[in-house]
Design a protein around this ligand. Structure first.
Ligand SMILES: CC(C)(COP(=O)(O)OP(=O)(O)OC[C@H]1O[C@@H](n2cnc3c(N)ncnc32)[C@H](O)[C@@H]1OP(=O)(O)O)[C@@H](O)C(=O)NCCC(=O)NCCS
Length: 166
């Protein structure tokens, strides 16, 4: 398995990964592939990594900038992250998260936020984001990982691409 930044020819494979990974998931609106495309089109896909097995893209992770309390702050949203179902539970998701966090750190990120399952992300260093508010998300699923300094307080504002509809 190899993790590398996305290349221009990966657009279709990344769409396939997101469609297949989120298919039938009750917490998903199945718009993740559109979100990734909209982020890319708006130059807001700060880090986009693919996982390859035998030359085929089987996983993908995206990071995009957020505003907190109305300010640009070098904090990034992790997600979506997806792995093709036959390749899940082999450590690919964790590897994508770890490599992605390294990549945003190298760009000067001060922290990372996400909405996701605490059971999964606590293993990767995330804790409940008690000082942050994600509109519409249950607080127990709002996680953060400060990289330099404490987490700021306030509302997290994602890129408008996350409001894209089906
Ligand atoms: C979540 C996802 C990216 C994880 O990728 P993965 O390659 O399967 O995960 P890993 O192999 O790195 O980690 C697997 C471990 O995490 C656990 N795990 C995986 N998904 C989990 C989840 N949603 N909740 C809790 N634990 C989870 C598994 O129990 C496994 O541990 P175990 O093998 O010791 O039992 C993948 O399952 C996926 O694409 N899911 C559908 C899309 C999704 O929900 N994305 C995340 C929200 S943005």
């Amino acid at each position: 398995m190899r993790i590398r930044p996305e290349a221009s020819q990966d657009r279709g494979s990344i769409e396939n990964v997101n469609v297949a990974a989120f298919a039938g998931r009750p917490y998903s609106r199945q718009t993740e592939h559109r979100i990734v495309n909209a982020l890319r089109d708006d130059h807001a896909l700060t880090v986009s990594l693919v996982a390859e097995v035998d030359g085929n893209v089987v996983g993908h992770i995206a990071f995009s900038p957020v505003k907190i309390d109305g300010r640009d702050c070098m904090w990034f949203l992790l997600g979506p992250v997806g792995v093709l179902p036959p390749f899940q539970r082999r450590g690919i998701g964790q590897a994508l998260v770890r490599q992605g966090l390294k990549a945003i750190k190298s760009l000067g990120a001060e922290g990372c936020v996400l909405v996701g399952d605490p059971a999964y992300y606590s293993r990767l260093g995330f804790t409940q984001a008690k000082e942050l508010v994600f509109e519409g998300a249950p607080p127990e699923y709002c996680m953060c990982l400060p990289i330099s300094g404490p987490a700021p307080r306030g509302a997290v504002e994602c890129h408008p691409a996350f409001s894209v509809t089906a």
